[in-house]
Design a binder for this molecule. Sequence first.
Ligand SMILES: Nc1ncnc2c1ncn2[C@@H]1O[C@H](COP(=O)(O)OP(=O)(O)O)[C@@H](O)[C@H]1O
Ligand SMILES: [Mg+2]
Length: 312
Amino acid sequence: MDAPLAVRARGITKCFGDVVALDCIDLDVAQGQIHGLVGPNGAGKTTLLGLLLGLAVADEGRLEILGAAVGRALAAPDGVAGFVDGPGLYPSLTARQNLSALAALRSDARTGEIDDVLEQVGLTDVADDRVRGFSLGMRQRLGLAAALLTKPRLLVLDEPANGLDPAGAKHVNGVLTRLAADGTTVLLSSHRMDDVEALCSEVTILATGRVVFSGPLSKLSTENTELDYRVRTADPEAARRLILEMPGLGIVNDAVARQDAGGLVVRGLVPALDELVAGLVHAGIALRELAPVVSPLEAAFLALTEQQESNR
Ligand SMILES: Nc1ncnc2c1ncn2[C@@H]1O[C@H](COP(=O)(O)OP(=O)(O)O)[C@@H](O)[C@H]1O
Ligand SMILES: [Mg+2]
């Protein structure tokens, strides 16, 4: 049997006046999974996450969250917590007071665990500082702490890595990984493809309100897309001559001409790359590295963004 779903969306459509923010979206998010939502600005990520948090209601379609159908009430469904467009916080209160205020408002929040969630997100040292002086990254962490206070079964986070420095991002990624290991489902949007690749088992790519890909990262096929590959060999000059003779391959970054130690950057489809490897071996040129310059996820994302720019 398939894993139970934390989110099941079918035909979800949401318009703002003439703007179709979501256009017949289908989405399955398995329980206990960290699922990444990526897409260019204006793709509909925040709108979709807002529907899951009960901040708005879809115009059309069916939405089931944690096994229950979502009605038309504007309220976070049971077991769901998170934020879109940055967490809502009281700037004049301290971090701890913000969490106490939230606990007082929500029956499912656990007052006794405020210290624990502050520690989880690494804000113990600033627990009694006013939020007014917090950086964007600290606010994001406090927003995460606020969500954790309700012990959600589905955590919905809109660009949680925004404003986090590398150490902060690593810390938050660790928190999310542990939550998922304990069975919490996490659905997050991000512009940081490296984070998404490190964290998420599945991704959904949105572009102008439509799903263009949804599934495991490993299924993001690069077979039909020309990608840039770094090619490092024992004899760059000979490799360069060989590449220039091969059909279906172009040199993007002429490392020989620039005396660049990083190697040649070659653009082509996978079959042409296969031919190149065979050609190098045949010519007795040792191949030391052949790797895509950007990951398949980044390539898919960039292609979409470029496509969107050219449609403007
Ligand atoms: N409250 C709103 N009123 C009018 N248009 C909106 C509103 N929210 C979102 N939109 C529009 O819907 C589209 C999707 O926006 P959004 O969900 O914020 O995208 P993303 O989060 O992927 O950048 C955009 O064209 C945006 O301008
Ligand atoms: Mg957004």
